[in-house]
Design a protein around this ligand. Structure first.
Ligand SMILES: *[C@@H]1O[C@H](CO)[C@@H](O)[C@H](O)[C@H]1NC(C)=O
Ligand SMILES: *[C@@H]1O[C@H](CO)[C@@H](O)[C@H](O)[C@H]1NC(C)=O
Ligand SMILES: *[C@@H]1O[C@H](CO)[C@@H](O)[C@H](O)[C@H]1NC(C)=O
Ligand SMILES: *[C@@H]1O[C@H](CO)[C@@H](O)[C@H](O)[C@H]1NC(C)=O
Ligand SMILES: *[C@@H]1O[C@H](CO)[C@@H](O)[C@H](O)[C@H]1NC(C)=O
Length: 793
């Protein structure tokens, strides 16, 4: 199964392919069959332009430099240059990593030629004196070789090589895996981050192996398990799966996984968590492994980690970084690597949230012309500009802008295109095709140089980067091609095909699975012993825990945290307030639209421009982007696909919001009803409520002006004047919950706890009344103010 279709606001809508016979064959923005074929062939042409340049000017080194047209290889002079040397092992990385893109083009002759080149390039396999990163080498080299092997040996594929192919790609993959595997021979079972391909663990200095991140510790499990299936040798799966399990065991009580550890001791280095750099592939491979290996315990890891992430890190438009032990916001920025997450959510069936999260990436692309490696969503400008001279305030503006992008480069990473591709497969909304057209345009113009594609070194100045990393050809252009390639065999296969994190397609045929389950063997004594020792050690620790030596006891009781949340940084203004029920004007083109088919995102999504508005002070177009418009309102596209009768923008909220965390021993088990309301017996577990303060005249999170009607519902006299029931005053303030454990409550939804259960449980009722009161309407109250949709019943 390629994609699970989730319940989505968009999945109800459909995309009609418009082949208007009167149209010219190619009318930009109509996306008929001819246009898609044209875009597809443009991507392929771009790929071969860069690939040919690599072959003539870069090979046998790892990369070619796109501007200076010289090879880019390892830095042999400075062994400590890990940024270069982690990924460039002097093993012709571009050649290997881009093989499967050629396979996806169905270009059999080229595929065969390139495979022969690989054969000729490694007569001594990977016997190289190169210290490289285990994870990067796994996903690019081992993954690239395995996937190419699958293509070459699967009779159902166009590039199947038949008897001409002897399986040597798998041998090469295995040779590399054997060189990487000793990194796992630690007393924790967690892998060291780096290893030397020839000398193994010897020659590694302490600082090269002191810290590893959770993506790198858990991730190789995916490629290595496939390798076990294909070779019948269980050790690859066993050793790396143990590390996956061990990594997950390092999570906090909130099921949040800190990002980095000392692999030799299991000591935590960085306590925060999120979805970006250092942790991305952990989530990805938990879910993808669960699907490809039909593995229920991996699925549990995915489910629990995703639930914790949604509860603690989910904001409207992105996932924030949080402290893994407390779940509190810990850094006001997001990584460009996190842009892959919507694609993963599509695979998990959560299309609706994926649409939101990918929108953030789009807005970043609009603003910066690419995704800066790190963008700070909260304005760094806390000082007022010294307005003495125009120059001073200009300098201030420039400085301010730079602070909003703590890491300022965009090396043509694939994640945004990847998620866009998955969202297109799930929704068929032409909105996503248009993003592809714009990205393609950038590749044809802004990113194309003499010998390949160069990214942006600094999004603020527009300085270009004389580097083309291997993922440009293996991932970015591959997903872009597939976006336009309706016919691709990957889209019509019944195989259990899953893309690796490096975009290498992986699948396991029935006979391979069957053979593995019957004939797998584990006879490498070194690794067998290693795994036995790890399990014995784990059993010892578990026994000591059971005796209470160092069991962490969960504190009983209720923790209350009540604060004004600051994510909605934009302080929306009195002038807006002065125009009741006047939605802000959506930016839109004006001409008549075609009546028969619309983009759901353009026409029915009433928050399309909210990001621009809310993050107005940190999404500031730098000079090189000043003249470029936003992708979603390019006139031709907007005219063609937006239903102007329906599209509108909801009013952005002006209410203050708050967060409330209840922590009661046990696990929470909310039941979500079809109408979005939540019913729950017990208060046990951790609850993260988000709410807003309702005050007449403000706009609530659903885009409605607050009138006094909810104030009449609540029995307020009782609350405000307990001693004077004749006082007719209505309160000036009410609370309403808007999200529970990260999942938004639809308008009108209620949260109901069981009165009998809550009141009978002494622990609950005590703590409940510490925090809440209850009015005659059965509404719970916070600081003597009713929470209008929180009930006991
Ligand atoms: C790196 O690779 C090149 C090309 O294959 C080769 O000539 C060179 O000897 C290698 N260098 C080292 C230090 O392995
Ligand atoms: C990983 O954990 C699962 C679930 O507890 C268990 O079934 C599996 O055997 C473990 N694998 C290894 C290699 O430790
Ligand atoms: C509020 O509106 C006024 C006038 O329309 C404008 O000068 C001011 O910058 C606005 N403030 C914010 C925070 O947008
Ligand atoms: C942000 O909003 C303010 C007020 O609405 C507006 O004046 C300003 O031009 C906006 N800034 C940007 C960069 O769009
Ligand atoms: C939601 O559905 C439940 C059960 O069907 C019902 O009891 C409740 O009143 C509904 N809530 C709203 C706000 O419609």
């Amino acid at each position: 199964m390629l994609i699970s279709y989730g319940v989505s606001l968009l999945s109800l809508l459909y995309f009609v392919v418009c082949g208007d016979a009167n149209d010219a064959r190619f009318a930009k923005y109509s996306f008929n069959r001819w246009e898609l074929l044209e875009y597809r062939s443009q991507v392929k042409e771009l790929f071969y332009f860069a690939h040919d340049n690599y072959l003539t000017k870069g090979y046998p080194f790892d990369e070619v430099r796109p501007l200076s047209c010289v090879p880019k290889g390892r830095n042999f002079d400075d062994i400590g240059d890990t940024i270069t040397n982690d990924v460039l092992g002097n093993f012709s990385a571009t050649l290997i990593d881009s093989l499967t893109t050629i396979a996806i083009f169905n270009d059999k002759q080229k595929f065969q030629d390139m495979i022969e080149l690989v054969r000729d390039s490694f007569p001594r396999k990977f016997d190289l004196d190169s210290t490289i990163q285990v994870f990067e080498t796994t996903i690019r080299i081992v993954g690239g070789l395995i996937s190419s092997h699958l293509y070459a040996s699967d009779p159902s594929k166009s590039v199947y090589l038949g008897s001409e192919y002897d399986g040597f790609l798998l041998d090469l993959a295995r040779d590399m895996a054997d060189r990487l595997l000793p990194a796992y021979l630690t007393t924790t079972g967690l892998p060291l981050p780096r290893i030397n391909l020839r000398y193994g663990l010897r020659s590694l200095t302490a600082d090269l192996v002191a810290e590893n991140n959770v993506a790198a510790m858990a991730g190789p499990m995916f490629e290595f398990t496939i390798l076990s299936y294909l070779t019948g040798d269980e050790k690859y799966a066993a050793v790396t799966r143990y590390a996956m399990n061990k990594t997950w065991s390092l999570r906090s009580e909130l099921d949040l996984l800190p990002m980095s550890f000392n692999p030799k001791t299991g000591q935590c280095y960085s306590h925060f968590t999120g979805i970006g750099a250092s942790i991305d592939s952990f989530y990805e491979y938990a879910l993808k492994g669960a699907i490809l290996f039909d593995d229920a315990s991996l699925y549990e890891i995915w489910r629990d980690s995703y639930t914790a992430l949604v509860s603690n890190c989910k904001a409207d438009w992105f996932y924030v970084n949080a402290q893994s032990s407390t779940g509190q916001l810990s850094a006001p920025w997001i990584d460009s690597l996190g842009a892959f997450f919507p694609g993963l959510q599509v695979l998990a069936g959560d299309v609706e949230d994926a649409v939101f999260k990918n929108m953030m990436s789009l807005k970043l692309w609009n603003t910066f012309g690419g995704l800066p490696e790190r963008w700070q969503f909260r304005s760094a400008a806390t000082l007022q500009p010294a307005a003495e001279s125009p120059q001073a305030s200009k300098d201030f503006a420039a400085e301010h802008q730079r602070l909003n992008v703590p890491l300022e480069w965009y090396p043509l990473r694939p994640e945004f295109i990847e998620s866009t591709y998955f969202l297109y497969r799930a929704t068929k909304d032409p909105f996503y095709l248009n993003i592809g057209v714009e990205v393609l345009e950038s590749f044809r113009t802004r990113f194309k140089f003499a010998c390949g594609f160069g990214g942006i070194q600094d999004v603020i100045t527009g300085e270009v980067q004389d580097r083309m990393e291997t993922f440009v050809l293996s991932e970015t252009l591959k997903y872009l091609y597939l976006l336009f390639d309706e016919d691709n065999e990957l889209h019509h296969t019944r195989d259990n095909m899953i893309f690796s994190t490096e975009a290498h397609p992986m699948w396991l045929k029935r006979d391979v699975i069957k053979k593995y389950s019957q004939k797998k063997r584990f006879d490498d004594q070194l690794y067998l012993r290693h795994i036995e020792l790890r399990h014995a050690e784990d059993a010892r620790i578990a026994a000591r825990r059971a005796k209470g030596f160092f069991g962490r006891k969960r504190l009983a009781g209720l923790a209350k945290s009540f604060f004004t949340e600051e994510l909605r940084a934009a302080d929306i203004n009195a002038s807006q307030e002065a125009q009741p029920n006047q939605p802000p004007t959506c930016p839109r083109a004006t001409t008549e639209t075609y009546p028969w088919s619309y983009s759901a995102t353009l026409s029915y999504f009433d928050r399309l421009f909210e990001i621009d508005y809310i993050y107005n002070d940190t999404l500031i177009r730098p000079a090189p982007m000043a003249a470029r418009g936003s992708i979603e309102i390019r006139k031709g596209f907007y005219d063609r696909w937006a239903d102007s009768r329906r599209s509108f923008c909801r009013l952005p909220p002006t209410t203050d919001s708050f967060e409330l965390i209840l922590d009661v021993p046990g696990r929470s088990s909310p039941v979500r009803l079809a109408n979005g309301s939540i019913k729950c017996k017990s208060l046990s577990g951790r609850w993260k409520f988000r709410g807003e303060k309702l005050q007449p005249g403000k706009t609530d999170v659903y885009g409605n002006r607050i009138t006094t009607s909810p104030f009449q519902v609540a029995d307020c006299r009782n609350v405000f004047r307990p001693n004077d029931r004749s006082d007719p005053r209505t309160p000036i303030l009410l609370y309403r919950l808007t999200a529970v454990n990260g999942v938004a409550l639809p308008r009108g939804a209620t949260v109901v706890f069981d009165r009998q259960h809550v009141l009978r449980n002494p622990e609950h009722s005590r703590t409940l009344y510490d925090l809440f009161g209850c009015n005659p309407q059965n509404q719970l109250m916070l600081d003597s103010t009713p929470v209008v949709n929180l009930y006991l019943s």
